[in-house]
Design a protein around this ligand. Structure first.
Ligand SMILES: C[S@@+](CC[C@H](N)C(=O)[O-])C[C@H]1O[C@@H](n2cnc3c(N)ncnc32)[C@H](O)[C@@H]1O
Length: 254
C-alpha cells in the first residue's frame, strides 16, 4: 500500500514534468559538502545533488582512473542524474540503468541517450552481464526486500567489482541491514554517516524547491512532506535527530 502510493507519486510527478518540458534530472536530497570535481556553470543549480553522487562514486577505488573501460549499472536511477554525472564528470560510457518508474526512465533517456535504460523492479532485476561498478542511491528504502536486492547485486558484480550504496536506514534496523549485506555475499569495505551534510542540504534547498509546502505546510498531507523530505517532514526530523542514518557504503564481494 505504502509502496504503491509512493510509486504512483514518482510516476505522476515525472509525467507532469515530461509534459511541461521541465529539466529536473536529480531526485536525491543533495549534500552540502564540496564536490570532488569542479561543477560546470550550467549545472550549478544541481551542485548539491551532483556532489552527493560524487561522494558516493568516489568511494570506489581508482574511480578517476581508466574509467573508459568501466561498465556501470545504476539501480534506482530516477531521471538519469547519476548517469549524467557518470558520463559527464567521470567519462564512464558503458552505462546500464534501471528504475521502476517508466515515466522517470522516459525523462532519463532525454538526458543520457547513450545509456541503456530498463524499466524494472530492483528486487526482480537480474542480468547475466557482470559489472565493474554498481550504484544505488536513495532508492532501496522503498524496496519490498533489501535482502533479495543485495543478493541480485552480488550476482551481477565482477569478482573485483564495487557496489556503492547510499540510503536512509533507521538506526534500529542498521544491524539487520548490514547482516543482509553480509548474507548476500557482500563485504563492507567503507561506511560513512553523512546526516549532518544531508540535513544542511535540505535546509538550504527545501524552501526554493518546495516553496508552497514550506510556506504553508498545513495545506499538504504528511505523506507529501515525507515524499519530498521537506523541512516539515518526519524524515527530516529523524535525519536531524539521528534516528534515521544516511549512510554511504563501499561493498565488495566476499
Ligand atoms: C529518491 S529517487 C532517487 C533517484 C536517483 N537515484 C537520484 O538520486 O536522483 C528514488 C528512485 O527509486 C525508484 N524506485 C523506487 N522503488 C523502486 C523499485 N522497487 N525498483 C526500482 N526503482 C525503484 C523511484 O522510481 C525513484 O526513481
Amino acid at each position: 500500500m505504502k509502496q504503491g502510493f509512493f510509486s504512483a507519486l514518482y510516476q505522476s510527478s515525472a509525467s507532469i514534468d515530461y509534459l511541461l518540458g521541465k529539466k529536473r534530472k536529480f531526485m536525491n536530497l543533495g549534500i552540502s559538502d564540496n564536490p570532488s570535481v569542479e561543477i560546470k556553470s550550467t549545472d550549478s543549480e544541481d551542485a548539491h545533488h551532483i556532489s552527493l553522487y560524487m561522494k558516493l562514486l568516489d568511494l570506489a577505488p581508482n574511480i578517476h582512473e581508466n574509467t573508459k573501460n568501466i561498465s556501470a549499472l545504476e539501480i534506482g536511477c530516477g531521471r538519469g542524474g547519476g548517469c549524467y554525472v557518470m558520463k559527464n564528470y567521470y567519462s564512464i560510457s558503458d552505462i546500464t540503468a534501471v528504475d521502476l518508474s517508466s515515466a522517470n526512465i522516459r525523462l532519463a533517456k532525454r538526458f543520457v541517450p547513450e545509456a541503456k535504460f530498463i524499466v524494472s523492479d530492483a528486487v526482480e532485476f537480474k542480468t547475466d552481464k557482470k559489472f565493474d561498478l554498481i550504484l544505488n542511491l536513495e532508492s532501496s528504502h522503498r524496496y519490498s526486500s533489501r535482502l533479495t536486492f543485495f543478493k541480485n547485486v552480488a550476482s551481477m558484480m565482477k569478482e573485483d567489482g564495487s557496489f556503492v550504496f547510499g540510503d536512509m536506514i533507521r538506526k534500529n534496523e542498521l544491524q539487520e541491514v548490514e547482516k543482509m549485506m553480509n548474507e548476500s555475499g557482500l563485504k563492507i569495505i567503507k561506511v560513512e554517516t553523512v546526516n549532518k551534510s544531508i540535513v544542511q542540504s535540505i535546509e538550504q534547498h527545501s524552501k526554493k524547491q518546495y516553496p508552497l509546502a514550506t510556506r504553508f505546510p498545513g495545506l499538504f498531507p504528511r505523506r507529501l512532506h515525507s515524499f519530498f523530505v521537506t523541512i516539515h517532514s518526519r524524515a527530516y526530523n529523524r535525519l536531524k535527530s539521528g534516528d534515521v542514518l544516511y549512510n554511504l557504503y563501499l561493498l565488495r564481494k566476499n
